[in-house]
Design a protein around this ligand. Structure first.
Ligand code: C2O
Ligand code: CU
Ligand code: CU
Length: 490
């Protein structure tokens, strides 16, 4: 199905207006607040001594609006950082200049199906796609990356990903650390050959387990080291890895002070000794270096954990950075001493918990069994079909539902970071797993489901109608077809 027939298909379902317009109707009357040209391009960057590294990356410019809303870095592969305000209308002209089809997905954003980057919308080399949407989300740390059929893993791995930061009034009123003290920290694992070039999946086993790199890159650079002042920072951490989880903790044992998860600020800061962060998940930390002396250092680490995978995991190709081992992620070196520690605001936001009793399916939650079937990861035994939506994958606009993801466990079981497009959800409970502490609080769009674990989510289908994806965000699993459509209909 091409894009036009796809739109006709959506129109037939009542998901978009019959004129075929996928833009909000008000969109035609007013002009966007921000217009950006965003190109996917082959490039080479200097990451290590010796040969430059060939990457695919996003590059962009503001073509209308405030140029400060897009921040680019040169010798890094991560894409320009968007800084937008809730309520702004954004138009992004995407030009695909890599030698493969591609399309951009705005991860976590509540945009219409036509703006969501379904693989069906992929454009060929030299093709263009224009996005035009109003930013509905709460303030938070969101991101963008490609989503073409079977090519998401290699394209993200090649360097195509960037942050999409949203602010709003509630958040600005808090006066959290801003400017240079608002620090994006994107962790991604990568393997480089002796020629400094990226090495990706080399075997079907590596594909089935999910690719694990042998070193951590921070913000698309080799040096995970920040020079900071003795004062509080807001760290916006994204696990941008294809399949690696982190168990984050500070090297000096002080608690993590979590301000926000995927969909923005929590009601109040959460103090925990450590937290698991799966692929695509974000947390924001209050990191105060105020009581450290000049020249001293503290680092963010990944602490040991059991990543599952049983025998399969043990048979996975050796990496210098075994999944679940203990290693350093990034180091913070204090340049000038401060005047002691301060605390984040006690009240951050006011979120209310969705009530399970209000769910249309409170008595019979929708269940999604995640299992490995002869090297093939599946959802309820199914794999991705471009336009396929099964009867049990249709929901009603305006309703609240409970979904359960059930990792069937067993010797072959792997962790599955599950992600739902088009909305944010809340985690009701999890049971049966290894009992790690996950970033389950607040509004979420991605959630870890460990081997043997059952995780219940609650969500409302209130922003748009139409067809969206849900899938495993282990990008090798996604590319293997551990992805499905669901349909929000009237
Ligand atoms: Cu971040 Cu469908 O993905
Ligand atoms: Cu997404
Ligand atoms: Cu998976």
């Amino acid at each position: 199905m091409d894009r036009r027939s796809f739109i006709r298909f959506l129109a037939a379902l009542g998901a978009v207006s019959a004129t075929g317009s996928i833009w909000p109707s008000s969109g035609h009357a007013s002009e966007p607040d921000l217009e950006v040209e965003l190109r996917a391009v082959p490039d080479d960057i200097s990451l290590f001594a010796g040969p430059r590294t060939r990457v695919w990356r996003f590059k962009g410019e503001v073509t209308k609006g405030d140029p400060r809303q897009l921040q680019s870095a040169d010798e890094s592969w991560t894409g320009p950082i968007f800084r937008v305000r809730r309520g702004q209308r954004v138009r992004i002209r995407f030009k695909n200049l890599i030698p493969q089809e591609s399309i951009i997905h705005w991860h976590g954003l509540h945009v219409s199906p036509g703006n969501d980057g379904h693989p069906k919308m992929a454009v060929p080399t030299s093709g263009e796609y224009v996005y035009d949407f109003k930013v509905l989300n709460r303030a938070g740390t969101y991101w963008y990356h490609p989503h073409p059929h079977r090519l998401t893993g290699p394209q993200v791995y090649g360097g195509m990903a960037g942050l999409f930061l949203i602010s709003d009034q509630e958040e600005r009123a808090l006066g959290l650390p801003s400017g240079e003290y608002d620090l994006p920290v994107v962790f991604q694992d990568r393997t480089f050959g002796p020629d400094n070039q990226l090495v990706y999946v080399r075997s079907s086993r590596e594909r089935m387990n999910g690719f694990l790199g042998n070193r951590i890159m921070t913000n698309g650079q080799a040096e995970g080291s920040f020079s900071v002042k003795g004062r509080p920072y807001r760290l916006r951490i994204l696990n941008g890895s294809n399949s690696r989880m982190f168990r984050l903790g500070w090297s000096d044992g002080s608690p993590l002070r979590i301000l926000a998860t995927d969909g923005g600020l929590l009601n109040r800061p959460l103090n925990v000794p450590d937290i698991m962060l799966g692929p695509a998940e974000r947390i924001e930390l209050w990191a105060d270096f105020g009581d450290m002396s000049a020249g001293s250092e503290v680092s963010l680490q990944s602490l040991p954990f059991n990543p599952g995978g049983g025998r399969m995991g043990m048979m996975a190709p050796q990496t210098a950075l075994p999944h679940g081992a203990s290693y350093e992620l990034a180091r913070f070196r204090v340049s000038t001493a401060g005047q002691g520690r301060t605390s984040p605001p006690e009240r951050l936001a006011s979120l209310s918990a969705l009530d399970p009793a209000s769910a249309a399916n409170a008595d019979s939650p929708r269940r999604f069994y995640l299992s490995m079937n002869h090297m093939q990861p599946t959802i309820n035994g199914r794999t991705f079909g471009m336009s396929e939506v099964a009867p049990d994958e249709m929901v009603r606009f305006g309703e609240t539902e409970i979904w359960e993801f059930i990792n069937t466990g067993g010797m072959m079981a792997l962790p599955h970071p599950m992600h739902i497009h088009g909305l944010s959800f809340q985690v009701l409970w999890r049971s049966g797993g290894p009992g790690y502490r996950f970033a389950d609080q607040g509004w979420k769009d991605s959630v870890m489901v460990m081997p043997g674990e059952r995780v219940a989510l609650i969500m409302r289908f209130t922003d748009h109608k139409g067809m969206y994806l849900y899938h495993c965000h282990n990008l090798e699993h996604e590319d293997l077809g551990m992805m499905r459509n669901y349909l929000i209909r009237s």
